[in-house]
Design a protein around this ligand. Structure first.
Ligand SMILES: Cc1cc2nc3c(=O)[nH]c(=O)nc-3n(C[C@H](O)[C@H](O)[C@H](O)COP(=O)(O)OP(=O)(O)OC[C@H]3O[C@@H](n4cnc5c(N)ncnc54)[C@H](O)[C@@H]3O)c2cc1C
Length: 522
Protein backbone atom coordinates (compact mmCIF):
# COMPACT_ATOMS: atom_id res chain seq x y z
CA UNK A 1 0.00 0.00 0.00
CA UNK A 2 1.18 3.57 -0.64
CA UNK A 3 2.76 5.35 2.34
CA UNK A 4 0.41 7.21 4.66
CA UNK A 5 -0.30 10.88 5.01
CA UNK A 6 -3.33 12.51 6.66
CA UNK A 7 -4.79 13.29 3.23
CA UNK A 8 -4.22 9.79 1.93
CA UNK A 9 -5.14 7.24 4.57
CA UNK A 10 -4.26 3.67 3.71
CA UNK A 11 -7.59 1.94 3.15
CA UNK A 12 -8.12 -1.81 3.00
CA UNK A 13 -11.38 -2.92 1.41
CA UNK A 14 -12.16 -6.57 2.11
CA UNK A 15 -14.20 -8.09 -0.73
CA UNK A 16 -15.03 -7.24 -4.32
CA UNK A 17 -18.79 -7.69 -4.54
CA UNK A 18 -21.23 -4.84 -5.11
CA UNK A 19 -20.22 -3.28 -1.78
CA UNK A 20 -16.45 -3.35 -2.25
CA UNK A 21 -16.72 -2.13 -5.83
CA UNK A 22 -19.24 0.61 -4.99
CA UNK A 23 -17.01 1.85 -2.17
CA UNK A 24 -13.88 1.80 -4.32
CA UNK A 25 -15.58 3.83 -7.05
CA UNK A 26 -16.53 6.43 -4.49
CA UNK A 27 -13.01 6.60 -3.06
CA UNK A 28 -11.63 7.34 -6.49
CA UNK A 29 -14.28 10.00 -7.01
CA UNK A 30 -13.11 11.56 -3.72
CA UNK A 31 -9.58 11.62 -5.07
CA UNK A 32 -8.43 8.83 -2.77
CA UNK A 33 -6.19 6.33 -4.50
CA UNK A 34 -4.46 4.89 -1.45
CA UNK A 35 -6.64 1.81 -1.19
CA UNK A 36 -6.48 -1.86 -2.02
CA UNK A 37 -9.35 -4.30 -2.50
CA UNK A 38 -8.42 -7.69 -1.03
CA UNK A 39 -10.41 -10.51 -2.58
CA UNK A 40 -10.13 -14.10 -1.35
CA UNK A 41 -11.31 -15.62 -4.63
CA UNK A 42 -9.59 -15.55 -8.00
CA UNK A 43 -11.86 -12.91 -9.52
CA UNK A 44 -14.11 -10.01 -8.55
CA UNK A 45 -17.87 -10.32 -8.28
CA UNK A 46 -18.86 -11.74 -4.88
CA UNK A 47 -22.33 -13.28 -4.88
CA UNK A 48 -22.49 -13.14 -8.67
CA UNK A 49 -19.15 -14.86 -9.19
CA UNK A 50 -19.95 -17.65 -6.73
CA UNK A 51 -23.57 -18.46 -7.50
CA UNK A 52 -23.41 -19.91 -10.99
CA UNK A 53 -26.07 -22.57 -10.47
CA UNK A 54 -28.54 -23.09 -13.33
CA UNK A 55 -31.22 -20.41 -13.25
CA UNK A 56 -29.29 -18.06 -10.93
CA UNK A 57 -30.75 -14.55 -11.23
CA UNK A 58 -31.69 -11.64 -9.02
CA UNK A 59 -35.17 -11.41 -7.58
CA UNK A 60 -35.24 -7.63 -7.51
CA UNK A 61 -35.67 -6.08 -10.98
CA UNK A 62 -32.28 -5.31 -12.54
CA UNK A 63 -33.03 -1.64 -13.17
CA UNK A 64 -32.98 -1.32 -9.37
CA UNK A 65 -30.53 -4.13 -8.60
CA UNK A 66 -27.63 -2.08 -9.98
CA UNK A 67 -25.83 1.13 -9.06
CA UNK A 68 -27.93 4.29 -9.36
CA UNK A 69 -24.97 6.11 -10.94
CA UNK A 70 -24.26 3.39 -13.49
CA UNK A 71 -27.50 2.31 -15.19
CA UNK A 72 -27.24 -0.57 -17.60
CA UNK A 73 -29.50 -0.03 -20.60
CA UNK A 74 -28.62 -3.50 -21.84
CA UNK A 75 -30.35 -5.76 -19.31
CA UNK A 76 -31.94 -8.43 -21.47
CA UNK A 77 -34.59 -9.42 -18.97
CA UNK A 78 -36.45 -7.77 -16.13
CA UNK A 79 -34.54 -9.92 -13.59
CA UNK A 80 -31.01 -10.17 -14.94
CA UNK A 81 -29.37 -13.59 -14.94
CA UNK A 82 -26.16 -14.21 -12.97
CA UNK A 83 -23.86 -13.92 -16.01
CA UNK A 84 -25.24 -10.48 -16.89
CA UNK A 85 -24.91 -9.21 -13.32
CA UNK A 86 -21.33 -10.46 -13.13
CA UNK A 87 -20.58 -8.85 -16.51
CA UNK A 88 -22.08 -5.62 -15.19
CA UNK A 89 -19.79 -5.67 -12.14
CA UNK A 90 -16.77 -6.32 -14.37
CA UNK A 91 -17.85 -3.42 -16.56
CA UNK A 92 -17.92 -1.19 -13.46
CA UNK A 93 -14.43 -2.31 -12.45
CA UNK A 94 -13.14 -1.49 -15.94
CA UNK A 95 -14.98 1.75 -16.43
CA UNK A 96 -13.93 3.19 -13.06
CA UNK A 97 -10.35 1.98 -13.42
CA UNK A 98 -10.34 -0.31 -10.42
CA UNK A 99 -8.24 -3.18 -11.83
CA UNK A 100 -4.92 -1.91 -10.41
CA UNK A 101 -6.48 -1.70 -6.96
CA UNK A 102 -7.74 -5.30 -6.78
CA UNK A 103 -5.66 -8.10 -5.30
CA UNK A 104 -7.24 -11.49 -5.85
CA UNK A 105 -6.32 -14.72 -4.05
CA UNK A 106 -5.76 -12.54 -0.99
CA UNK A 107 -7.89 -13.46 1.96
CA UNK A 108 -7.96 -11.22 5.00
CA UNK A 109 -7.61 -13.67 7.86
CA UNK A 110 -7.35 -11.21 10.72
CA UNK A 111 -7.43 -7.50 11.52
CA UNK A 112 -5.95 -6.24 14.79
CA UNK A 113 -6.05 -2.66 15.98
CA UNK A 114 -2.73 -1.37 17.26
CA UNK A 115 -3.76 1.15 19.90
CA UNK A 116 -0.34 2.65 20.42
CA UNK A 117 -0.07 3.60 16.77
CA UNK A 118 -3.79 3.89 15.99
CA UNK A 119 -3.51 1.65 12.93
CA UNK A 120 -4.91 -1.69 11.83
CA UNK A 121 -2.65 -4.66 11.17
CA UNK A 122 -4.12 -7.06 8.67
CA UNK A 123 -3.01 -10.62 8.12
CA UNK A 124 -3.46 -11.57 4.51
CA UNK A 125 -3.36 -15.15 3.30
CA UNK A 126 -2.37 -15.72 -0.31
CA UNK A 127 -3.17 -18.71 -2.43
CA UNK A 128 -6.10 -20.42 -4.03
CA UNK A 129 -9.68 -20.44 -2.90
CA UNK A 130 -10.83 -23.61 -4.66
CA UNK A 131 -13.49 -23.03 -7.27
CA UNK A 132 -16.24 -25.49 -6.46
CA UNK A 133 -17.31 -28.87 -5.17
CA UNK A 134 -15.51 -29.47 -1.92
CA UNK A 135 -14.22 -25.94 -1.95
CA UNK A 136 -15.39 -23.53 0.61
CA UNK A 137 -14.71 -20.88 3.10
CA UNK A 138 -13.02 -21.43 6.36
CA UNK A 139 -15.31 -21.92 9.32
CA UNK A 140 -14.18 -18.77 11.11
CA UNK A 141 -15.87 -18.65 14.45
CA UNK A 142 -18.08 -21.68 13.76
CA UNK A 143 -19.79 -22.84 16.92
CA UNK A 144 -21.57 -26.00 17.95
CA UNK A 145 -25.11 -25.72 16.68
CA UNK A 146 -24.23 -23.35 13.88
CA UNK A 147 -24.46 -24.52 10.28
CA UNK A 148 -21.09 -26.00 9.34
CA UNK A 149 -18.97 -24.51 6.59
CA UNK A 150 -17.98 -26.55 3.58
CA UNK A 151 -14.93 -28.73 4.03
CA UNK A 152 -12.16 -26.56 2.75
CA UNK A 153 -10.03 -27.38 -0.25
CA UNK A 154 -8.50 -23.93 -0.22
CA UNK A 155 -4.74 -23.77 -0.41
CA UNK A 156 -3.42 -20.70 1.33
CA UNK A 157 0.27 -20.82 0.69
CA UNK A 158 1.61 -17.51 1.92
CA UNK A 159 0.92 -14.94 4.59
CA UNK A 160 1.84 -11.29 4.96
CA UNK A 161 0.98 -8.56 7.42
CA UNK A 162 0.08 -5.12 6.16
CA UNK A 163 -0.97 -1.91 7.87
CA UNK A 164 -4.06 0.12 7.13
CA UNK A 165 -5.55 3.25 8.64
CA UNK A 166 -9.07 2.33 7.59
CA UNK A 167 -10.65 -1.10 7.17
CA UNK A 168 -13.82 -1.47 5.14
CA UNK A 169 -15.23 -4.97 5.55
CA UNK A 170 -17.30 -5.62 2.42
CA UNK A 171 -16.98 -9.36 2.84
CA UNK A 172 -20.61 -10.11 2.12
CA UNK A 173 -23.58 -11.08 4.26
CA UNK A 174 -24.08 -14.25 2.22
CA UNK A 175 -20.62 -15.26 1.13
CA UNK A 176 -19.95 -18.26 3.39
CA UNK A 177 -21.91 -21.30 2.20
CA UNK A 178 -23.38 -23.47 4.95
CA UNK A 179 -23.86 -27.21 4.87
CA UNK A 180 -26.74 -28.77 6.78
CA UNK A 181 -25.98 -30.35 10.16
CA UNK A 182 -26.80 -33.90 9.27
CA UNK A 183 -25.13 -36.99 10.63
CA UNK A 184 -23.13 -38.93 8.07
CA UNK A 185 -22.71 -36.11 5.54
CA UNK A 186 -19.05 -37.00 5.13
CA UNK A 187 -19.92 -40.67 4.52
CA UNK A 188 -21.77 -39.97 1.26
CA UNK A 189 -19.89 -41.69 -1.55
CA UNK A 190 -21.66 -39.94 -4.43
CA UNK A 191 -21.27 -36.33 -5.58
CA UNK A 192 -22.04 -33.62 -3.06
CA UNK A 193 -21.86 -29.90 -3.60
CA UNK A 194 -23.37 -26.63 -2.47
CA UNK A 195 -25.40 -24.45 -4.80
CA UNK A 196 -22.89 -21.60 -4.31
CA UNK A 197 -20.06 -23.88 -5.48
CA UNK A 198 -21.87 -25.59 -8.35
CA UNK A 199 -19.81 -28.27 -10.02
CA UNK A 200 -20.44 -27.70 -13.72
CA UNK A 201 -18.15 -30.60 -14.60
CA UNK A 202 -20.59 -33.04 -13.03
CA UNK A 203 -23.31 -34.08 -15.45
CA UNK A 204 -26.75 -34.39 -13.88
CA UNK A 205 -28.23 -36.08 -16.92
CA UNK A 206 -29.99 -39.31 -16.06
CA UNK A 207 -28.98 -39.17 -12.41
CA UNK A 208 -30.93 -39.57 -9.17
CA UNK A 209 -30.56 -36.23 -7.44
CA UNK A 210 -31.36 -35.27 -3.87
CA UNK A 211 -31.76 -31.56 -3.20
CA UNK A 212 -31.66 -30.41 0.41
CA UNK A 213 -33.32 -27.08 1.07
CA UNK A 214 -36.11 -25.02 -0.43
CA UNK A 215 -34.71 -21.50 -0.17
CA UNK A 216 -34.07 -18.76 -2.70
CA UNK A 217 -31.38 -20.71 -4.61
CA UNK A 218 -33.17 -24.09 -4.69
CA UNK A 219 -36.34 -22.61 -6.12
CA UNK A 220 -34.25 -21.22 -8.98
CA UNK A 221 -32.19 -24.31 -9.85
CA UNK A 222 -34.76 -27.08 -9.22
CA UNK A 223 -36.90 -26.16 -12.27
CA UNK A 224 -33.74 -25.99 -14.39
CA UNK A 225 -32.40 -29.42 -13.49
CA UNK A 226 -35.71 -31.28 -13.19
CA UNK A 227 -36.04 -32.05 -16.94
CA UNK A 228 -32.50 -33.48 -17.06
CA UNK A 229 -32.54 -35.88 -14.14
CA UNK A 230 -34.13 -39.31 -13.76
CA UNK A 231 -35.38 -38.60 -10.29
CA UNK A 232 -35.34 -35.53 -8.11
CA UNK A 233 -36.11 -35.77 -4.43
CA UNK A 234 -36.50 -32.42 -2.74
CA UNK A 235 -35.99 -32.50 1.02
CA UNK A 236 -38.08 -29.74 2.50
CA UNK A 237 -38.06 -28.59 6.11
CA UNK A 238 -40.39 -25.62 5.65
CA UNK A 239 -42.62 -24.83 2.70
CA UNK A 240 -41.68 -21.34 1.44
CA UNK A 241 -44.13 -18.74 0.24
CA UNK A 242 -43.87 -18.57 -3.53
CA UNK A 243 -45.13 -15.72 -5.69
CA UNK A 244 -45.09 -15.76 -9.49
CA UNK A 245 -42.06 -13.96 -10.92
CA UNK A 246 -43.10 -11.30 -13.43
CA UNK A 247 -39.96 -11.83 -15.48
CA UNK A 248 -39.91 -11.00 -19.16
CA UNK A 249 -37.36 -10.08 -21.79
CA UNK A 250 -36.53 -6.39 -22.15
CA UNK A 251 -37.32 -5.61 -25.79
CA UNK A 252 -34.68 -4.13 -28.07
CA UNK A 253 -36.90 -1.10 -28.45
CA UNK A 254 -36.94 -0.54 -24.68
CA UNK A 255 -33.18 -1.02 -24.55
CA UNK A 256 -32.86 1.61 -27.29
CA UNK A 257 -34.94 4.06 -25.24
CA UNK A 258 -32.85 3.40 -22.12
CA UNK A 259 -29.62 3.89 -24.09
CA UNK A 260 -30.60 7.04 -25.95
CA UNK A 261 -33.02 8.63 -23.51
CA UNK A 262 -31.55 7.73 -20.10
CA UNK A 263 -34.30 9.55 -18.20
CA UNK A 264 -36.71 6.77 -19.26
CA UNK A 265 -34.63 4.20 -17.40
CA UNK A 266 -34.38 6.49 -14.38
CA UNK A 267 -38.15 6.78 -14.43
CA UNK A 268 -38.60 2.99 -14.58
CA UNK A 269 -36.07 2.54 -11.76
CA UNK A 270 -37.93 5.06 -9.61
CA UNK A 271 -41.26 3.39 -10.27
CA UNK A 272 -39.84 -0.02 -9.31
CA UNK A 273 -38.31 1.43 -6.15
CA UNK A 274 -41.56 2.92 -4.92
CA UNK A 275 -43.58 -0.13 -5.86
CA UNK A 276 -41.24 -2.36 -3.81
CA UNK A 277 -40.91 0.16 -1.01
CA UNK A 278 -44.67 0.33 -0.55
CA UNK A 279 -44.49 -3.31 0.55
CA UNK A 280 -42.57 -2.25 3.65
CA UNK A 281 -45.89 -1.08 5.08
CA UNK A 282 -46.94 -4.72 5.52
CA UNK A 283 -43.44 -5.87 6.56
CA UNK A 284 -42.71 -3.28 9.19
CA UNK A 285 -45.78 -1.22 10.00
CA UNK A 286 -48.76 -3.55 9.97
CA UNK A 287 -47.98 -7.24 9.31
CA UNK A 288 -51.70 -8.03 9.43
CA UNK A 289 -51.85 -6.58 5.91
CA UNK A 290 -49.96 -9.70 4.82
CA UNK A 291 -53.29 -11.52 4.77
CA UNK A 292 -53.96 -10.14 1.27
CA UNK A 293 -50.77 -11.37 -0.41
CA UNK A 294 -51.15 -14.61 1.59
CA UNK A 295 -54.54 -15.18 0.02
CA UNK A 296 -53.00 -14.54 -3.36
CA UNK A 297 -50.11 -16.93 -2.61
CA UNK A 298 -52.48 -19.74 -1.62
CA UNK A 299 -54.66 -19.23 -4.69
CA UNK A 300 -51.51 -19.25 -6.85
CA UNK A 301 -50.49 -22.57 -5.24
CA UNK A 302 -53.98 -23.98 -5.86
CA UNK A 303 -53.89 -22.96 -9.48
CA UNK A 304 -50.43 -24.40 -10.12
CA UNK A 305 -50.54 -27.61 -8.06
CA UNK A 306 -53.51 -29.84 -8.72
CA UNK A 307 -52.49 -32.81 -6.55
CA UNK A 308 -54.00 -32.20 -3.06
CA UNK A 309 -51.30 -34.22 -1.27
CA UNK A 310 -48.51 -32.23 -2.90
CA UNK A 311 -50.40 -29.00 -2.30
CA UNK A 312 -50.66 -29.81 1.41
CA UNK A 313 -46.89 -30.33 1.55
CA UNK A 314 -46.28 -27.02 -0.23
CA UNK A 315 -48.64 -24.95 1.91
CA UNK A 316 -46.62 -22.58 4.15
CA UNK A 317 -47.49 -22.56 7.85
CA UNK A 318 -46.17 -19.14 8.87
CA UNK A 319 -46.97 -15.54 8.05
CA UNK A 320 -45.77 -14.41 4.64
CA UNK A 321 -42.66 -12.24 4.85
CA UNK A 322 -41.34 -13.77 8.09
CA UNK A 323 -38.87 -15.70 5.92
CA UNK A 324 -37.73 -14.45 2.52
CA UNK A 325 -40.62 -14.32 0.04
CA UNK A 326 -39.55 -16.30 -3.02
CA UNK A 327 -40.49 -15.58 -6.60
CA UNK A 328 -40.75 -18.23 -9.25
CA UNK A 329 -43.20 -19.09 -12.00
CA UNK A 330 -41.68 -22.48 -12.77
CA UNK A 331 -41.07 -23.96 -9.31
CA UNK A 332 -44.57 -25.33 -8.65
CA UNK A 333 -44.91 -26.73 -12.21
CA UNK A 334 -41.51 -28.45 -11.82
CA UNK A 335 -42.54 -30.05 -8.53
CA UNK A 336 -45.69 -31.40 -10.17
CA UNK A 337 -43.67 -33.48 -12.64
CA UNK A 338 -43.68 -37.29 -12.26
CA UNK A 339 -39.90 -37.51 -11.67
CA UNK A 340 -40.08 -35.20 -8.62
CA UNK A 341 -40.94 -36.08 -5.05
CA UNK A 342 -41.14 -33.57 -2.21
CA UNK A 343 -39.96 -35.28 0.97
CA UNK A 344 -41.14 -33.66 4.19
CA UNK A 345 -40.01 -36.30 6.66
CA UNK A 346 -36.93 -34.99 8.49
CA UNK A 347 -33.54 -36.34 7.45
CA UNK A 348 -32.14 -38.79 10.00
CA UNK A 349 -28.78 -39.41 8.39
CA UNK A 350 -26.82 -39.52 5.19
CA UNK A 351 -25.37 -42.87 4.19
CA UNK A 352 -22.92 -43.86 1.46
CA UNK A 353 -25.57 -44.17 -1.23
CA UNK A 354 -28.27 -41.77 -0.17
CA UNK A 355 -30.40 -40.26 2.55
CA UNK A 356 -32.39 -41.95 5.31
CA UNK A 357 -35.37 -40.05 6.69
CA UNK A 358 -36.93 -40.28 10.15
CA UNK A 359 -39.69 -42.54 8.82
CA UNK A 360 -37.00 -45.12 8.05
CA UNK A 361 -37.16 -44.73 4.26
CA UNK A 362 -33.88 -44.94 2.36
CA UNK A 363 -33.68 -42.49 -0.58
CA UNK A 364 -30.99 -43.59 -3.01
CA UNK A 365 -29.10 -40.74 -4.68
CA UNK A 366 -26.18 -40.33 -7.09
CA UNK A 367 -25.68 -36.73 -6.02
CA UNK A 368 -26.76 -34.45 -3.21
CA UNK A 369 -27.06 -30.74 -3.91
CA UNK A 370 -27.22 -28.55 -0.84
CA UNK A 371 -29.36 -25.47 -1.35
CA UNK A 372 -28.85 -24.79 2.32
CA UNK A 373 -27.90 -21.15 2.27
CA UNK A 374 -25.15 -19.34 4.06
CA UNK A 375 -23.57 -18.92 7.45
CA UNK A 376 -25.07 -15.76 8.84
CA UNK A 377 -25.88 -16.13 12.52
CA UNK A 378 -23.95 -18.11 15.12
CA UNK A 379 -20.66 -17.91 13.25
CA UNK A 380 -19.02 -14.85 14.78
CA UNK A 381 -17.33 -12.20 12.66
CA UNK A 382 -16.52 -12.61 8.96
CA UNK A 383 -12.85 -12.81 9.90
CA UNK A 384 -10.85 -12.44 13.09
CA UNK A 385 -11.26 -8.80 14.22
CA UNK A 386 -9.66 -7.44 17.41
CA UNK A 387 -10.30 -3.88 18.53
CA UNK A 388 -9.47 -1.67 21.49
CA UNK A 389 -8.40 -3.48 24.66
CA UNK A 390 -8.43 -6.82 22.87
CA UNK A 391 -12.17 -6.56 22.07
CA UNK A 392 -12.99 -9.66 20.02
CA UNK A 393 -15.72 -8.99 17.47
CA UNK A 394 -16.39 -12.67 16.80
CA UNK A 395 -16.77 -13.53 20.48
CA UNK A 396 -19.02 -10.51 20.99
CA UNK A 397 -21.26 -11.48 18.10
CA UNK A 398 -21.41 -15.08 19.24
CA UNK A 399 -22.54 -13.89 22.65
CA UNK A 400 -24.99 -11.14 21.69
CA UNK A 401 -25.65 -11.79 18.02
CA UNK A 402 -24.24 -9.55 15.27
CA UNK A 403 -24.69 -5.89 16.20
CA UNK A 404 -23.48 -2.60 14.77
CA UNK A 405 -24.59 0.99 14.35
CA UNK A 406 -26.36 1.57 11.02
CA UNK A 407 -24.88 -1.80 10.03
CA UNK A 408 -21.58 0.05 9.65
CA UNK A 409 -19.70 1.09 12.80
CA UNK A 410 -18.99 -0.86 15.98
CA UNK A 411 -17.87 0.58 19.30
CA UNK A 412 -14.25 -0.34 20.22
CA UNK A 413 -13.36 -0.90 16.56
CA UNK A 414 -12.12 2.52 15.39
CA UNK A 415 -11.94 3.23 11.66
CA UNK A 416 -13.49 -0.19 11.00
CA UNK A 417 -16.53 0.03 8.76
CA UNK A 418 -18.77 -2.80 7.67
CA UNK A 419 -20.87 -2.90 4.54
CA UNK A 420 -24.10 -4.89 4.37
CA UNK A 421 -23.44 -5.47 8.07
CA UNK A 422 -25.89 -6.41 10.83
CA UNK A 423 -29.53 -5.37 10.35
CA UNK A 424 -29.11 -3.99 6.85
CA UNK A 425 -30.71 -6.91 4.98
CA UNK A 426 -34.05 -6.45 3.28
CA UNK A 427 -37.10 -8.54 2.59
CA UNK A 428 -38.73 -6.13 0.20
CA UNK A 429 -36.23 -4.06 -1.79
CA UNK A 430 -32.77 -3.92 -3.36
CA UNK A 431 -29.61 -4.41 -1.29
CA UNK A 432 -27.78 -2.12 -3.68
CA UNK A 433 -29.83 0.79 -2.34
CA UNK A 434 -28.63 -0.04 1.19
CA UNK A 435 -25.04 -0.50 0.01
CA UNK A 436 -25.07 2.90 -1.71
CA UNK A 437 -26.39 4.46 1.50
CA UNK A 438 -23.46 2.96 3.39
CA UNK A 439 -21.01 4.13 0.74
CA UNK A 440 -22.23 7.68 1.34
CA UNK A 441 -21.97 7.27 5.12
CA UNK A 442 -18.44 5.86 5.07
CA UNK A 443 -17.34 8.51 2.58
CA UNK A 444 -18.69 11.15 4.95
CA UNK A 445 -16.81 9.55 7.85
CA UNK A 446 -13.57 9.70 5.84
CA UNK A 447 -14.20 13.35 4.95
CA UNK A 448 -14.83 14.15 8.59
CA UNK A 449 -11.56 12.48 9.62
CA UNK A 450 -9.76 14.50 6.98
CA UNK A 451 -11.51 17.73 7.93
CA UNK A 452 -10.54 17.33 11.60
CA UNK A 453 -7.05 16.03 10.87
CA UNK A 454 -8.03 13.10 13.11
CA UNK A 455 -6.41 9.67 12.90
CA UNK A 456 -9.32 7.61 14.15
CA UNK A 457 -13.00 7.78 14.99
CA UNK A 458 -14.53 5.37 17.45
CA UNK A 459 -18.27 4.90 17.90
CA UNK A 460 -19.58 5.72 21.38
CA UNK A 461 -20.88 2.51 23.02
CA UNK A 462 -24.00 4.26 24.36
CA UNK A 463 -24.90 5.30 20.78
CA UNK A 464 -24.63 1.72 19.60
CA UNK A 465 -26.68 0.50 22.55
CA UNK A 466 -29.46 3.05 22.14
CA UNK A 467 -29.60 2.45 18.39
CA UNK A 468 -29.96 -1.30 18.79
CA UNK A 469 -32.47 -1.06 21.63
CA UNK A 470 -34.65 1.10 19.40
CA UNK A 471 -34.07 -1.14 16.39
CA UNK A 472 -35.15 -4.27 18.29
CA UNK A 473 -38.17 -2.36 19.60
CA UNK A 474 -39.17 -1.56 16.01
CA UNK A 475 -38.50 -5.17 15.07
CA UNK A 476 -41.08 -6.34 17.59
CA UNK A 477 -44.00 -5.03 15.56
CA UNK A 478 -42.56 -6.29 12.26
CA UNK A 479 -43.44 -9.45 10.36
CA UNK A 480 -40.03 -10.94 11.30
CA UNK A 481 -41.19 -11.20 14.89
CA UNK A 482 -44.34 -13.09 13.96
CA UNK A 483 -43.14 -16.48 15.16
CA UNK A 484 -41.19 -18.26 12.43
CA UNK A 485 -37.54 -19.24 12.72
CA UNK A 486 -35.21 -18.14 9.93
CA UNK A 487 -31.60 -17.32 9.12
CA UNK A 488 -32.48 -13.71 9.86
CA UNK A 489 -32.38 -14.60 13.56
CA UNK A 490 -29.97 -15.87 16.20
CA UNK A 491 -30.84 -19.05 18.07
CA UNK A 492 -32.52 -16.96 20.74
CA UNK A 493 -34.77 -15.37 18.14
CA UNK A 494 -33.10 -11.93 17.94
CA UNK A 495 -33.41 -10.66 14.36
CA UNK A 496 -29.95 -9.45 13.38
CA UNK A 497 -30.03 -9.59 9.60
CA UNK A 498 -32.91 -7.32 8.67
CA UNK A 499 -33.51 -3.57 8.65
CA UNK A 500 -36.90 -3.09 10.32
CA UNK A 501 -37.92 0.03 8.48
CA UNK A 502 -38.21 1.86 5.21
CA UNK A 503 -35.07 1.98 3.09
CA UNK A 504 -35.48 5.74 2.67
CA UNK A 505 -35.26 6.18 6.44
CA UNK A 506 -31.96 4.24 6.37
CA UNK A 507 -30.81 6.53 3.57
CA UNK A 508 -31.75 9.57 5.62
CA UNK A 509 -29.82 8.27 8.64
CA UNK A 510 -26.72 7.57 6.59
CA UNK A 511 -26.62 10.78 4.57
CA UNK A 512 -24.38 12.58 7.08
CA UNK A 513 -22.33 11.29 9.96
CA UNK A 514 -23.45 12.69 13.31
CA UNK A 515 -20.09 13.67 14.65
CA UNK A 516 -21.22 13.53 18.29
CA UNK A 517 -21.80 9.77 17.84
CA UNK A 518 -18.03 9.28 17.68
CA UNK A 519 -14.88 10.02 19.63
CA UNK A 520 -12.17 11.37 17.38
CA UNK A 521 -8.47 10.90 18.13
CA UNK A 522 -5.87 13.12 16.50
C1 LIG B 1 -27.94 -16.36 -4.86
C2 LIG B 1 -28.17 -15.00 -4.30
C3 LIG B 1 -29.07 -14.15 -4.89
C4 LIG B 1 -29.28 -12.88 -4.38
N1 LIG B 1 -30.20 -12.08 -4.99
C5 LIG B 1 -30.42 -10.84 -4.48
C6 LIG B 1 -31.40 -9.98 -5.09
O1 LIG B 1 -32.06 -10.35 -6.06
N2 LIG B 1 -31.60 -8.77 -4.55
C7 LIG B 1 -30.90 -8.34 -3.45
O2 LIG B 1 -31.12 -7.23 -3.00
N3 LIG B 1 -29.95 -9.12 -2.88
C8 LIG B 1 -29.71 -10.35 -3.35
N4 LIG B 1 -28.78 -11.17 -2.76
C9 LIG B 1 -27.98 -10.65 -1.62
C10 LIG B 1 -26.59 -10.24 -2.13
O3 LIG B 1 -25.66 -10.91 -1.36
C11 LIG B 1 -26.42 -8.74 -2.07
O4 LIG B 1 -27.39 -8.15 -2.89
C12 LIG B 1 -25.06 -8.22 -2.57
O5 LIG B 1 -24.64 -8.91 -3.72
C13 LIG B 1 -24.02 -8.28 -1.50
O6 LIG B 1 -22.86 -7.70 -1.99
P1 LIG B 1 -21.57 -7.63 -1.07
O7 LIG B 1 -20.52 -6.95 -1.85
O8 LIG B 1 -21.93 -7.06 0.25
O9 LIG B 1 -21.18 -9.15 -0.77
P2 LIG B 1 -20.68 -10.29 -1.76
O10 LIG B 1 -21.24 -10.13 -3.11
O11 LIG B 1 -20.92 -11.58 -1.05
O12 LIG B 1 -19.10 -10.04 -1.87
C14 LIG B 1 -18.26 -10.28 -0.79
C15 LIG B 1 -16.87 -10.59 -1.32
O13 LIG B 1 -15.95 -10.62 -0.25
C16 LIG B 1 -15.05 -11.69 -0.44
N5 LIG B 1 -14.54 -12.05 0.88
C17 LIG B 1 -15.23 -12.56 1.93
N6 LIG B 1 -14.44 -12.71 2.99
C18 LIG B 1 -13.21 -12.29 2.61
C19 LIG B 1 -11.96 -12.19 3.29
N7 LIG B 1 -11.84 -12.55 4.57
N8 LIG B 1 -10.89 -11.72 2.62
C20 LIG B 1 -11.01 -11.33 1.31
N9 LIG B 1 -12.18 -11.40 0.62
C21 LIG B 1 -13.27 -11.87 1.27
C22 LIG B 1 -15.89 -12.77 -1.08
O14 LIG B 1 -15.10 -13.71 -1.77
C23 LIG B 1 -16.76 -11.94 -2.01
O15 LIG B 1 -16.16 -11.77 -3.25
C24 LIG B 1 -28.56 -12.44 -3.25
C25 LIG B 1 -27.66 -13.31 -2.63
C26 LIG B 1 -27.47 -14.57 -3.14
C27 LIG B 1 -26.49 -15.49 -2.46
Amino acid sequence: MPSPSPATPRIAIVGSGFAGIGMAIRLRQMGLESFTIYEAAGDIGGTWRDNTYPGAACDVPSHLYSFSFEPNPGWTSAYGPQAEILAYLKHCVRKYGLEPFVRCHARVAAARFDESRQVWRLEIEHGERAAHAAAGDDAVGATPGAAPALPTADAWTGRETIEADIVIAASGPLSRPALPRIAGLERFAGKLFHSARWDHDYSLDGKRIAVIGTGASAIQFVPQIQPRVTQLELFQRTAPWIMPKPDKPVSERAQWWFRHLPFTQRFVRGAIYWQLESRAIAFVVNPKLMKYPMKFGISYLERRVKDPALRAKLTPNYRLGCKRVLMSSDYYPALSQPNVDVVTSAIREIVADGIVTEDGIHHAADAIICGTGFQVNGVGAPFDVTGIGGADLGARWLRDGPEAYLGTSIADFPNFFMMAGPNTGLGHNSMIYMIESQVQYIADCLSELRRRGARTMNLRPDVQQAFNARLQEDMRRSVWASGCHSWYQTKSGKVTAIWPGFTFSFRKRTRRVRTHDYRFVR
